[in-house]
Design a protein around this ligand. Structure first.
Ligand code: DLZ
Ligand code: SF4
Length: 508
């Protein structure tokens, strides 16, 4: 009796546990482009196109490999519009009585498969390095979960950048070297771009017709859409950008969308690249003397540290995690996040690049769009949904912990030991945005004062009770307390005024 093997749009790896467990000679692979997945949030058109194109190419590859694949295109007349619907339809066609799946990266879909009338066996997703049961044991009894300690465990377990049981270069973390401000010139032309082939072009036409009105530019579409292309993109990054990746990891530049970033997170998250092969390529470049340790370590930490840690926290914290709101922030996400005019250059650049590329690098996400949302008191659920919609690498297992936890502190400190907030100063130091901005970063109050400067103190003041005792924030509270009362009043009044105007959808 044949079984169905479900392969989702972010599970496009031959090493997928469901495929490994299945029998090529009798089991039938089911893949489906469905309206439910394409619209549970209104994804960026480039993200949908990436997933559909990569799904179609992966299905073709499985067929070449001898698998029987039942593939449903979005515009197939028989398409039921949902994953459970497609499983039932394929079961009726084939007589299959059981489904093999790899556990999806989202509680919503896990529950749907659990409730499916046809039994679904959900296998562990072995493409991630962290065993979630091991993580439970590791986390149990710890007062606080900090990524750094988790990361060191992962270094030991995987052996990446280890020499005789010790961290290569004598330190676990070289972040101290990774905070250079924006350079004058960037000698990297950006990630490798791929001209759409026939399959991609067909998908682009479909996406244009069905999702053309969503936020985001579909064309030019240049993403890798199969494993071979994604590997070329990785090699290109390692050769041309990795050596300077570390130095400028936290820099931001108006003219340079990508700086020295790899832009491969989306490929990893849909299965085209395996995190192990990514780290191996980076480690190899360091061993060959082609990349410094601060670059290799900084990069590998993102992959075996942050990426794994985010996912493990998501599954540990449970389905309510994306809706947490520890700071009780209720303001609506302002239209500037959807491209409405703003005078804040840092935000207008981050949103413009997001609209064009379905991408912004991590420091733009954390220190510009994330920082502003936190300072302005925006509902973290709205912020999380924004990230989930607009980025090519966004799936709930990563956007929930990244946004609700790390960027918005809405989990009350499960992930971060203090909120990631900064005034305009930090943005000015790390970017070239402020020079071209209508606001003045040097002005703390009055006409043209940088809104980040005002909102920073507004945030500190309104959350005093929660944060005043945090030793890492004591110095900032001491600075605030040293300010004269009338100055404090001016700052808070101007911040309130800014927030009012923003809420009334005036151009701010
Ligand atoms: C994100 C996405 C989109 C846009 N479309 C599909 C689809 O049509 N078919 C599919 O199998 N998967 C799609 N996905 C990925 C799923 O939403 C993803 O598997 C879940 O969010 C869990 O991570
Ligand atoms: Fe952003 Fe303020 Fe700098 Fe303008 S002055 S770019 S608003 S940080």
């Amino acid at each position: 009796m044949s079984r169905l093997v479900l392969v989702l749009g972010d599970q496009l790896s031959e090493s997928l546990s469901a495929l490994q467990e299945a029998d090529k000679s009798s089991d039938i692979v089911v893949m489906a482009e469905v309206a439910d997945e394409a619209s549970y949030v209104q994804h960026h058109p480039k993200k949908i196109a990436l997933i559909f194109a990569a799904m179609r190419k992966f299905a073709a590859r499985l067929r070449e490999d001898g698998w029987e694949v039942r593939y449903t295109a979005l515009d197939d007349s028989e398409n039921t519009g949902s994953i459970p619907g497609e499983l039932m339809r394929r079961a009726d066609q084939t007589g299959a009585k059981e489904v093999l799946a790899t556990q999806p990266g989202e509680f919503r879909l896990i529950a749907l498969l659990d409730e499916n009338s046809l039994p679904v066996r959900q296998l562990r997703d072995s493409r991630f390095l962290t065993d979630l049961d091991w993580f439970e044991d590791w986390a149990e009894g710890r007062k606080s979960l900090r990524m750094e300690y988790f990361y060191r465990e992962m270094r030991k377990q995987t052996g990446f950048l280890m020499e005789d049981g010790e961290p290569a270069g004598g330190k676990w973390n070289f972040d101290h070297d990774n905070r250079k401000p924006a350079p004058d010139e960037v000698d990297f032309g950006g990630p490798m771009e791929f001209t759409p082939d026939e399959t991609v072009e067909e998908v682009l036409e479909l996406v244009e017709a069905r999702f053309g009105n969503s936020f985001g530019e579909l064309r030019p579409f240049w993403f890798a859409t199969d494993q071979g292309q994604a590997r070329r993109a990785l090699t290109h990054f390692v050769k041309h950008a990795l050596p300077r990746f570390g130095d400028f990891q936290d820099a931001m530049m108006g003219r340079e969308k990508f700086l020295y970033h790899a832009v491969i997170s989306g490929y990893m998250n849909i299965g085209l690249l395996d995190p192990r092969e990514v780290c191996e390529a980076v480690e190899e470049a360091w061993r060959a003397g082609d990349a410094p340790i601060n670059a290799a370590e900084g990069f590998i930490r993102q992959v075996i540290g942050w990426r794994e840690y985010m996912r493990a926290i998501y599954f540990r914290e449970g389905p309510d995690y994306p809706r947490r709101n520890a700071l009780n922030h209720q303001r609506k996400l302002p239209p500037l996040y959807w491209g409405a005019e703003t005078k804040m250059r840092c935000l207008s650049k981050a949103v413009e690049e997001t609209r064009e590329e379905a991408y912004a690098h991590h420091i733009q996400r954390l220190m510009v769009t994330g920082n502003f949302a936190l300072l302005a008191g925006i509902d973290p659920a709205e912020v999380e949904e924004w990230y989930l919609r607009v980025y090519f690498d966004a799936f709930e297992w990563v956007t929930a912990p990244n946004t609700v936890g790390m960027s918005q502190f809405a989990d009350g400190g499960v992930i971060a030991s203090k909120p990631y907030v900064s005034s305009g100063n930090y943005i000015d130091k790390m970017s070239d945005y402020c020079g071209d901005c209508a606001y003045s970063v040097k002005k703390k109050t009055g006409e043209g004062a940088c809104p980040f400067n005002l909102l920073y103190w507004h945030f500190m003041d309104r959350h005093r009770e929660r944060f005043a005792k945090n030793p890492r924030m004591a110095q900032m509270y001491a600075t605030w307390d040293r300010m004269k009362d009338d100055r404090k009043e001016t700052v808070l009044r101007e911040a309130e005024d800014f927030l009012d105007r923003m809420s009334k959808e005036e151009v701010v």
